[in-house]
Design a protein around this ligand. Structure first.
Ligand SMILES: [Fe+2]
Length: 494
């Protein structure tokens, strides 16, 4: 995601952390110590050694680890941005590096491995980028038989039937061992569906059933997967245009495919070049009955671009509410992330910022938008309430004038309009924070928020834990690695 175009809203440091604690205390060699000519924030885009990271304990550098916090944070993101003097053209095209942060008994242990896709294996052998991609032309001699030949498996992760799946948006999920992070190969949900795309934003109902999309132009496949991981149903719908679809939404009764007016009529690498912004078409929402995919209706909202929704729910009268980070137009061009990868990013002052927005879809007629005016990305909700009425959305907020990253974690309460924020300051780059319900609890507020923060001062990555009910009080605890790792996209808690 290109966060370089946001305006700065963060000011000062949040309360609750001392300067010493924020400075951290990394020890040992930092693999990722910045090259002398690179700015400090380039640690967020620095290529990781081919073998990834062996398991290594992190140090508790602030606070006290919550006694009941036990589980594993898995995350995915691009880890190969450079071969020699050749840089990746687009942030979305770097090979997936899957992280495992095992937390328990007050300890945190980090490890990471690259997903061994065909693209990764070929490019590692050649020591250069070969495959075409989202923003990459690629080597014309590189053979492409299917989308999995260019699959970077770098966007998200999910657990399914005891396996960890590394997700991309235009090809198969890749199966990985959840402990060793060894790649086992592409996931096929049915023998006749090999290579079928599996979007990187699947939706899991509170009872465990998973829904997801397979986007192929204006035709979209819909997966329904049982709690045991078996495919229960797969159907196709026509969404009317080959729009860019990275995420979508789901309520207890409906699937909502949001067709933004950013569309393509051809598929030639680099793919991003072929997308055109057509605001006159508006943002169309296709609402599909989960029990009968042939029962569909359309609603329309003002033109907006988006990458991420939080989730959706239905009011008692059938009104659908979807929270999302909406942009007035797409912010990600063919050079998305390129300047950051090359260490050439400079602050920009244009107004292509996201806005945490509630999309309100009545049972008939057009949708309308409730805009908070709050810059945000990576919205997250309590997984116990996915698709159900709720109050809270956790987001990253606060642009920085000094780095191409975000500085803050916020929780917005849709019921009272209050936003609770902690600003880490300008020498941090904050990543997605996930809700982790406290054991034995039932309410959204009774959760922790867990996520990584790139600590530019310590040249190390921190894993921070907040109490979701008191974010502005600052982290409950921080573990710090002896090294940093590059910024990623999405994760899951298992
Ligand atoms: Fe995403």
């Amino acid at each position: 995601m290109d966060f370089s175009r946001r305006t700065f809203i963060g000011t000062g440091l949040g309360a609750g952390l001392t300067t010493a604690a924020l400075a951290g205390c990394a020890t040992g060699a930092n693999f990722a110590a910045s090259e002398p000519k690179m700015p400090s924030w380039h640690l967020g885009y620095k290529t990781v050694p081919a073998g990834g990271f062996d398991p290594a304990p992190m140090q508790l550098v602030y606070g006290k680890a919550p006694a009941g916090l036990s589980g594993t944070l898995y995350r995915n993101g691009p880890g190969q941005m450079q071969y020699g003097d050749q840089y990746a053209s687009h942030w979305f095209d770097g090979d997936g590096l899957v992280h495992r942060i095992a937390i328990g008994d007050g300890q945190a242990v980090h490890s990471a491995r690259f997903v061994q896709t065909p693209k990764r294996v070929e490019e590692q052998a050649a020591s250069k980028f070969l495959a075409p991609g989202f923003g990459t032309v690629g080597d014309p001699s590189y053979p492409v038989q299917s989308s999995d030949d260019v699959n970077s498996a770098n966007t998200s992760v999910m657990m399914m039937d005891g396996e960890l799946l590394a997700l991309w948006e235009a090809g198969s999920a890749f199966r990985m061992d959840p402990v060793t992070l060894e790649t086992k190969g592409p996931k096929s949900f049915r023998n006749d569906m090999k290579g079928m795309p599996f979007l990187a934003h699947p939706k899991r109902e509170p009872d465990g059933r998973v829904w997801n999309l397979a986007v192929a132009g204006n035709r979209v496949g819909i997966y329904r997967i049982g709690t045991g991981g078996a495919l229960e149903d797969f159907g196709m719908v026509d969404i009317g245009a080959a729009a860019y679809i990275h995420d979508w939404a789901m309520t207890e009764r409906h699937l909502i495919i949001m067709v933004q007016p950013w569309v393509t009529d051809r598929q030639i690498p680099p793919f991003i070049d072929s997308y055109k912004w057509r605001p006159q078409d508006g943002l169309k929402l296709l609402i599909i009955d989960k029990n009968d995919l042939t029962k569909r209706r359309w609603s329309q909202a003002p033109a907006r671009a988006f990458y991420h929704t939080g989730a959706a729910w239905e009011e008692s009268d059938g009104t659908i509410k979807i929270d999302a980070a909406l942009y007035k137009e797409p912010v990600l061009g063919k050079d998305g992330g390129g300047p950051e990868i090359r260490g050439e990013w400079t602050p920009q002052n244009d107004d292509l910022v996201s806005d945490l927005t509630m999309i309100v879809v009545p049972t008939s007629g057009d949708a309308h938008l409730i805009e908070t005016g709050m810059i945000c990305e990576f919205p997250q909700v309590d997984p116990r309430l996915h698709g159900l009425p709720r109050k809270l959305t956790a987001v990253l907020s606060g642009n920085s004038p000094l780095t191409p990253g975000l500085t803050s974690v916020s929780v917005h309460n849709w019921e009272n309009g209050h936003t609770d924020t902690f600003n880490f300051g300008l020498d941090r780059m904050v990543e997605e924070f996930l809700f982790v319900p406290k054991p034995g609890s039932t309410k959204e507020r009774d959760s922790w928020l867990v996520g990584p923060v790139l600590n530019l001062k310590a040249k190390a990555t921190d894993i921070c834990v907040f109490d979701a009910a008191n974010v502005s009080d600052g982290p409950v605890c921080i573990w710090q690695a002896d090294y940093s790792w590059p910024l990623g996209f999405h994760g899951t808690w298992a």
